[in-house]
Ligand binder design. Structure first.
Ligand code: GDP
Length: 194
Protein backbone atom coordinates (compact mmCIF):
# COMPACT_ATOMS: atom_id res chain seq x y z
CA UNK A 1 0.00 0.00 0.00
CA UNK A 2 1.31 3.45 -0.84
CA UNK A 3 0.39 5.73 2.01
CA UNK A 4 -0.54 9.36 1.32
CA UNK A 5 -3.49 10.14 3.55
CA UNK A 6 -3.18 10.00 7.31
CA UNK A 7 -4.95 11.85 10.05
CA UNK A 8 -5.37 11.66 13.78
CA UNK A 9 -8.84 10.36 14.55
CA UNK A 10 -8.73 10.99 18.25
CA UNK A 11 -6.53 11.16 21.33
CA UNK A 12 -8.43 9.09 23.85
CA UNK A 13 -7.96 9.34 27.60
CA UNK A 14 -10.07 6.27 28.35
CA UNK A 15 -11.73 3.36 26.49
CA UNK A 16 -15.01 5.30 26.47
CA UNK A 17 -13.32 7.68 24.04
CA UNK A 18 -12.01 5.04 21.65
CA UNK A 19 -13.52 5.62 18.23
CA UNK A 20 -16.34 3.53 16.86
CA UNK A 21 -15.27 2.54 13.40
CA UNK A 22 -14.72 -0.49 11.20
CA UNK A 23 -11.03 0.05 10.56
CA UNK A 24 -8.70 -2.83 11.43
CA UNK A 25 -6.31 -1.68 14.13
CA UNK A 26 -2.60 -2.27 14.63
CA UNK A 27 -1.70 -1.66 18.26
CA UNK A 28 1.78 -0.23 18.84
CA UNK A 29 3.54 -0.95 22.10
CA UNK A 30 7.02 -0.13 23.31
CA UNK A 31 9.08 1.48 26.00
CA UNK A 32 9.17 5.25 26.14
CA UNK A 33 11.79 6.57 23.74
CA UNK A 34 11.99 3.28 21.84
CA UNK A 35 11.27 5.10 18.58
CA UNK A 36 7.53 4.49 18.31
CA UNK A 37 6.67 7.90 16.86
CA UNK A 38 9.59 7.66 14.45
CA UNK A 39 8.39 4.20 13.40
CA UNK A 40 4.87 5.49 12.68
CA UNK A 41 6.19 8.50 10.79
CA UNK A 42 8.45 6.29 8.68
CA UNK A 43 5.66 3.92 7.75
CA UNK A 44 3.23 6.72 6.90
CA UNK A 45 5.90 8.66 4.98
CA UNK A 46 5.69 11.73 7.18
CA UNK A 47 8.32 13.71 8.97
CA UNK A 48 6.31 14.60 12.02
CA UNK A 49 2.70 13.54 12.20
CA UNK A 50 3.12 11.34 15.21
CA UNK A 51 4.88 13.49 17.73
CA UNK A 52 8.41 12.54 18.61
CA UNK A 53 9.26 13.63 22.08
CA UNK A 54 12.48 13.40 23.97
CA UNK A 55 10.54 13.48 27.22
CA UNK A 56 9.92 9.84 27.95
CA UNK A 57 6.56 8.88 29.27
CA UNK A 58 4.92 12.16 28.30
CA UNK A 59 2.16 10.89 26.05
CA UNK A 60 -0.67 9.63 28.20
CA UNK A 61 -3.39 9.44 25.60
CA UNK A 62 -4.10 6.61 23.20
CA UNK A 63 -3.81 8.08 19.72
CA UNK A 64 -5.78 6.58 16.85
CA UNK A 65 -4.53 7.38 13.34
CA UNK A 66 -6.58 6.78 10.23
CA UNK A 67 -4.25 5.56 7.49
CA UNK A 68 -5.65 5.75 3.97
CA UNK A 69 -9.10 4.86 5.31
CA UNK A 70 -7.70 1.32 5.29
CA UNK A 71 -6.49 0.76 8.80
CA UNK A 72 -5.67 2.46 12.06
CA UNK A 73 -2.45 2.70 14.02
CA UNK A 74 -3.22 2.78 17.72
CA UNK A 75 -0.40 4.42 19.61
CA UNK A 76 -0.41 3.56 23.31
CA UNK A 77 1.73 5.49 25.79
CA UNK A 78 5.25 4.15 26.20
CA UNK A 79 5.83 1.82 29.12
CA UNK A 80 8.71 1.14 31.43
CA UNK A 81 9.98 4.61 32.08
CA UNK A 82 12.01 4.52 35.29
CA UNK A 83 10.04 7.34 36.92
CA UNK A 84 6.74 5.55 36.46
CA UNK A 85 5.28 4.45 39.78
CA UNK A 86 3.99 0.98 40.52
CA UNK A 87 0.38 2.12 40.33
CA UNK A 88 1.00 3.77 36.96
CA UNK A 89 2.57 0.54 35.80
CA UNK A 90 -0.54 -1.36 36.89
CA UNK A 91 -2.75 1.18 35.13
CA UNK A 92 -0.74 0.66 32.00
CA UNK A 93 -1.12 -3.09 32.20
CA UNK A 94 -4.87 -2.66 32.69
CA UNK A 95 -5.05 -0.36 29.68
CA UNK A 96 -3.35 -2.92 27.43
CA UNK A 97 -5.43 -5.72 28.84
CA UNK A 98 -8.71 -3.85 28.38
CA UNK A 99 -7.76 -3.08 24.84
CA UNK A 100 -6.59 -6.53 23.76
CA UNK A 101 -9.43 -8.33 25.52
CA UNK A 102 -12.25 -6.10 24.30
CA UNK A 103 -11.29 -4.41 21.10
CA UNK A 104 -12.79 -6.27 18.15
CA UNK A 105 -10.94 -4.06 15.65
CA UNK A 106 -7.53 -5.37 16.76
CA UNK A 107 -5.79 -7.32 14.01
CA UNK A 108 -2.17 -7.21 15.13
CA UNK A 109 0.09 -5.99 17.90
CA UNK A 110 3.41 -4.45 16.94
CA UNK A 111 5.87 -4.55 19.82
CA UNK A 112 8.86 -2.27 19.43
CA UNK A 113 12.08 -2.96 21.25
CA UNK A 114 15.36 -1.06 21.19
CA UNK A 115 17.92 -3.04 19.19
CA UNK A 116 20.80 -1.59 21.18
CA UNK A 117 19.88 -3.36 24.41
CA UNK A 118 18.67 -6.71 25.58
CA UNK A 119 14.88 -6.61 25.98
CA UNK A 120 14.08 -5.03 29.34
CA UNK A 121 12.02 -6.62 32.09
CA UNK A 122 9.08 -4.56 30.88
CA UNK A 123 9.56 -5.72 27.30
CA UNK A 124 9.59 -9.32 28.49
CA UNK A 125 6.54 -8.78 30.71
CA UNK A 126 4.50 -7.13 27.96
CA UNK A 127 5.51 -9.85 25.53
CA UNK A 128 4.44 -12.43 28.11
CA UNK A 129 0.99 -10.84 28.62
CA UNK A 130 0.43 -10.85 24.89
CA UNK A 131 1.40 -14.50 24.56
CA UNK A 132 -0.87 -15.37 27.51
CA UNK A 133 -3.70 -13.87 25.46
CA UNK A 134 -2.71 -15.95 22.45
CA UNK A 135 -1.41 -12.87 20.63
CA UNK A 136 1.83 -13.25 18.74
CA UNK A 137 3.09 -9.74 18.15
CA UNK A 138 5.16 -8.56 15.25
CA UNK A 139 8.40 -7.67 17.05
CA UNK A 140 10.29 -4.73 15.56
CA UNK A 141 13.77 -3.86 16.78
CA UNK A 142 14.35 -0.12 16.35
CA UNK A 143 17.46 2.05 15.88
CA UNK A 144 19.32 -0.72 14.09
CA UNK A 145 21.53 1.89 12.39
CA UNK A 146 23.13 2.58 15.77
CA UNK A 147 24.71 -0.87 15.90
CA UNK A 148 27.56 -1.90 13.61
CA UNK A 149 26.98 -4.78 11.21
CA UNK A 150 29.56 -6.91 13.09
CA UNK A 151 27.75 -6.47 16.37
CA UNK A 152 24.27 -7.19 15.01
CA UNK A 153 24.27 -11.01 15.15
CA UNK A 154 24.93 -10.90 18.90
CA UNK A 155 22.10 -8.44 19.53
CA UNK A 156 19.76 -10.49 17.37
CA UNK A 157 20.63 -13.61 19.34
CA UNK A 158 20.02 -11.84 22.66
CA UNK A 159 16.57 -10.71 21.54
CA UNK A 160 15.58 -14.09 20.13
CA UNK A 161 16.73 -15.88 23.28
CA UNK A 162 15.14 -13.43 25.70
CA UNK A 163 11.76 -13.30 23.98
CA UNK A 164 11.91 -16.90 22.71
CA UNK A 165 11.39 -15.90 19.12
CA UNK A 166 12.39 -17.39 15.80
CA UNK A 167 14.43 -15.21 13.46
CA UNK A 168 11.49 -14.77 11.07
CA UNK A 169 9.44 -13.27 13.94
CA UNK A 170 11.81 -10.31 14.25
CA UNK A 171 12.11 -7.28 11.96
CA UNK A 172 15.18 -5.06 12.17
CA UNK A 173 14.15 -1.46 11.62
CA UNK A 174 15.67 1.98 11.32
CA UNK A 175 13.82 5.25 10.94
CA UNK A 176 17.17 6.75 9.87
CA UNK A 177 18.01 4.40 7.00
CA UNK A 178 14.48 2.98 6.44
CA UNK A 179 15.84 -0.54 6.91
CA UNK A 180 12.94 -2.89 7.55
CA UNK A 181 10.30 -0.51 6.17
CA UNK A 182 9.42 -2.77 3.26
CA UNK A 183 9.30 -5.81 5.50
CA UNK A 184 6.83 -4.07 7.80
CA UNK A 185 4.75 -2.94 4.82
CA UNK A 186 4.62 -6.50 3.53
CA UNK A 187 3.32 -7.75 6.87
CA UNK A 188 0.69 -4.99 7.01
CA UNK A 189 -0.44 -5.82 3.47
CA UNK A 190 -0.63 -9.51 4.32
CA UNK A 191 -2.73 -8.88 7.40
CA UNK A 192 -4.99 -6.52 5.46
CA UNK A 193 -5.01 -8.90 2.48
CA UNK A 194 -4.17 -6.14 0.04
P1 GDP B 1 8.99 7.34 21.23
O1 GDP B 1 9.09 8.01 22.55
O2 GDP B 1 8.97 5.85 21.37
O3 GDP B 1 7.87 7.85 20.36
O4 GDP B 1 10.38 7.62 20.47
P2 GDP B 1 10.77 8.68 19.35
O5 GDP B 1 10.29 8.26 18.02
O6 GDP B 1 10.38 10.05 19.84
O7 GDP B 1 12.36 8.52 19.33
C1 GDP B 1 13.14 8.74 20.48
C2 GDP B 1 14.52 9.22 20.04
O8 GDP B 1 15.18 8.20 19.30
C3 GDP B 1 14.46 10.43 19.11
O9 GDP B 1 15.57 11.26 19.41
C4 GDP B 1 14.60 9.85 17.72
O10 GDP B 1 15.17 10.73 16.79
C5 GDP B 1 15.52 8.66 17.99
N1 GDP B 1 15.26 7.55 17.03
C6 GDP B 1 14.08 6.94 16.80
N2 GDP B 1 14.22 5.97 15.88
C7 GDP B 1 15.51 5.99 15.49
C8 GDP B 1 16.28 5.21 14.54
O11 GDP B 1 15.80 4.30 13.86
N3 GDP B 1 17.61 5.51 14.45
C9 GDP B 1 18.19 6.49 15.19
N4 GDP B 1 19.51 6.69 15.03
N5 GDP B 1 17.50 7.23 16.09
C10 GDP B 1 16.18 6.99 16.23
Amino acid sequence: MRIHQVHLITSAVSPAHYPEHDLPEFLLLGRSNVGKSSFINTIINRKALARTSSQPGKTRTVNFYNVEDQFSFVDMPGYGYAKVSKSERQQFRKMIQDYIENRDNLVMVIQLIDFRHKPSEDDVAVHGWLMEHGIIPMVVATKVDKISKNQRPKNIKDILNTLKLEREDLILFSAETKDGKEEVETVLDEVLQI
